[in-house]
Design a protein around this ligand. Structure first.
Ligand code: GAL
Length: 653
């Protein structure tokens, strides 16, 4: 049977003797791999001296892979400019917010704003695309590598300062308009000319949040512009090829929806064990899932990147075993390498590529596992990838995922604005949206993410996490939306330039929600405010607001009588940050009201539908019986699913 799910691998021919390449390609094909990403860090070998290209070795590597029927995704090498280039153009280096230059010796040592470096990128990408754009072995391109990794989106360089001034002049027209929009009369921060504006760093105390919000937007726009330099070249010279970039876990520093405007497929790099160790979370939870990964983190990003890719996404790097970069690097339980791959496909991935073919015996990532050991013996992941390929063969063509009934609106800008003026240290957008996502998934639901420009009209339930600035289009879409809507606190509390709206929060959603927010308070976790809902007690555990209903009914109150949850028609406003139990109760209630059927999933079990199939994944900690969820007739897996296992059934309905 034909499959629409490709398995890939990341491969570094330049790290290995050429005598190994043909055998590597043969063995890749042998375990079911059909895609190989190469080249993304190879600049020093592709252009060893200024202007002297050496692409012949790359051509031979592509040929070796192509000879086995493998399709190559060619990475542009711009995340690792070589030493000679940096020495020729030292001001291309990024500068951190303390003013320190971020030098050569690792990777991502460039400033997105540097026009000279962009030209160098256009040059090397054009040379590569001229040579490989029509090569039958090349099927697609990856631009650069992990924009923003190692905290590299914002640079405080001279180029960024000049670029920011231009950007502001374009946006505001006159410096008076800028002063007005930012409220610079406050503390005599007014400017007489755009050339007087510096970057928001180095001041005595906090800089104006409007200044920072615009610098975040500016920095994000530079990522898009930098990327577009490359996609424009590739489009011209390799017009039939898909272009992608590999995004990251919980990365918020640039607007991925915008950057994807110039590409075809969104891909992301999935490191479940590195990520559960690195990202904030309860230590008991981290310990429970240390060898499996968080049950929702991978799915969250599959759904997010499917949205950024307008339905088309994949995984460019999938963890194969221990990584090298978390604080503690655990090994995966047997089966997880296979499970993570299948879960990607269940969410609609076109490809899951594993990082990397063979563990590197040198340099920074020596402890990072691969499918093969440094001595070229197959490691555990090699066999699991083979198992995954066999399972995909059983499933055949899966088709695309269909629209879910629940949508969560995801906003990058919201995260910049909340970070610009947090007002409570523990208020976290990511934590909030991820908790919402988790609660919905625990009910066995499929979820779509929708960007601020996305279409919410076809959903039965839409949840808008704390979104300080609600852009006009989103406001219009939500005001016209007729299904069940839940709006979280702080929404509509700021204008685009980060000021309080004339009609106060929730700004453009005031009529829809029928409320006006007059005050907010934040507090430490542990000094919670009691909330009663349906005669049960819960809390707002870090944030609450004082809300005056203006047409809305009060559905639940806080202990001191303040409105906790209001409702106007089918639109709800929650006036605080809920504890998990309250969030679960509320979501359960709204899902029911929206008429959406749910499952009662055992702990650690998660499901997803794609095409004719429903998948179940057991993240543990215990073996579970999946027959209540999937029925008795399983295409893959056992009714009693072990930790790290998955099962697939044809959907009854
Ligand atoms: C990714 C990166 C890869 C490799 C990998 C190790 O962030 O794109 O180049 O460093 O991490 O886990």
């Amino acid at each position: 049977m034909k499959s629409d799910a490709a398995i890939g691998v990341c491969y570094y021919p330049e790290h290995w003797p050429e005598t190994m390449w043909a055998d590597d390609a043969r063995r890749m094909r042998g375990i079911g791999i059909t895609r190989v990403r190469i080249g993304e860090f190879a600049w020093s070998r592709l252009e060893p001296e200024p202007g002297r290209y050496d692409f012949d070795w790359l051509a031979r590597a592509v040929d070796a892979l192509h000879a086995e029927g493998l399709g190559v995704i060619l990475g542009t090498p711009t995340a690792t400019p070589p030493k000679w280039l940096v020495d020729r153009m030292p001001d291309m280096l990024a500068v951190d917010h303390h003013g320190r230059v971020r030098g050569f010796g690792s990777r991502r040592h460039y400033c997105f704003s540097h026009i000279g470096y962009r030209r160098e990128c256009a040059r090397i990408v054009a040379a590569l695309a001229e040579r490989f754009g029509k090569h039958p072995g090349v099927v697609g391109w990856q631009t650069d590598n992990e924009y923003g990794c190692h905290n590299t989106v914002r640079s405080y360089s001279k180029s960024a300062t000049l670029g920011f001034r231009h950007w502001l002049a374009d946006r505001y027209g006159t410096v008076g308009a800028l002063n007005e929009a930012w409220g610079n009369v406050f503390w005599s921060m007014e400017y007489r000319d755009f050339d007087e504006v510096d970057l928001p760093s180095g001041a005595v105390t906090e800089t104006n949040p409007s200044h920072r919000a615009d610098f975040d937007r500016y920095s994000s726009d530079q990522v898009r512009a930098f990327n577009k330099v490359q996609t424009d070249v590739i489009r011209t010279l390799a017009p039939t090829h898909d272009i992608t970039h590999n995004f990251m876990t919980f990365h918020v520093d640039f607007e991925h929806f915008h950057v994807m405007g110039d590409m075809d497929v969104a891909t992301w790099d999935s490191y479940p064990l590195g990520s559960i160790d690195t990202f904030p979370g309860d230590p008991v939870h981290k310990a429970t899932y240390a060898r499996t990964g968080d049950p929702d983190m991978q799915a969250f990003h599959h759904d997010l990147y499917r949205a950024t890719g307008r339905g088309r996404f994949g995984i460019m790097e999938q963890q194969p075993g221990p990584v090298n970069w978390a604080q503690y690097n655990t090994d995966a339980l047997p089966g997880l390498v296979r499970l993570w791959g299948m879960e990607g496909f269940a969410h609609g991935a076109e490809m899951v590529a594993y990082f990397r073919w063979r563990q590197a015996p040198f340099a920074q990532e020596q402890y990072h596992a691969g499918l093969n050991l440094p001595d070229n013996q197959p490691d555990r992941a090699y066999f699991e990838v083979g198992d995954l390929a066999r399972d995909l063969f059983v499933l055949g063509t899966m088709g695309r995922v269909t629209q879910a009934r629940v949508a969560i609106v995801y906003s990058y800008e919201a995260q910049w604005l909340l970070r610009a003026q947090p007002q409570g240290q523990n208020f976290s957008y990511i934590e909030q949206i991820f908790s919402i996502y988790r609660q919905l998934r625990e009910l066995g639901l499929d979820i779509d993410m929708v960007g601020p420009d996305g279409d919410v009209s076809g959903y039965d339930l839409v949840i808008l996490p704390s979104t300080p600035h609600v852009p006009d289009r989103l406001a219009a879409a939500l005001n016209a939306y007729e299904g069940t809507l839940l709006v979280m606190p702080r929404t509509g509390s700021r204008t685009r330039s980060h000021c309080i709206p004339e009609n106060l929060a929730p700004g453009p959603l005031a009529a829809k929600l029928g409320v006006r927010v007059t005050r907010a308070e934040s507090y430490r976790k542990g000094s919670a405010v009691a909330v009663q809902i349906d005669n049960e007690d819960f809390t707002f555990d870090r944030w609450r607001e004082f809300v005056t209903p203006q047409g809305a009914d009060v559905v639940a109150t806080m202990a001191d009588g303040q409105a906790a949850l209001t409702r106007k028609g089918r639109a709800y406003y929650l006036a605080g940050a809920p504890d998990n139990a309250l969030l679960a109760r509320l979501i359960g209630k709204l899902v029911k009201e929206a008429g959406i059927a749910t499952d009662d999933l055992p702990k650690g079990l998660r499901t997803r539908r794609r095409g004719p199939y429903r998948f179940a994944f057991n993240y543990g900690p215990d073996a579970v019986d999946v027959s209540a969820v999937l029925g008795k007739d399983l295409l893959l897996g056992e009714a009693v699913l072990q930790v790290g296992g998955y099962a697939v059934a044809r959907e009854a309905r």
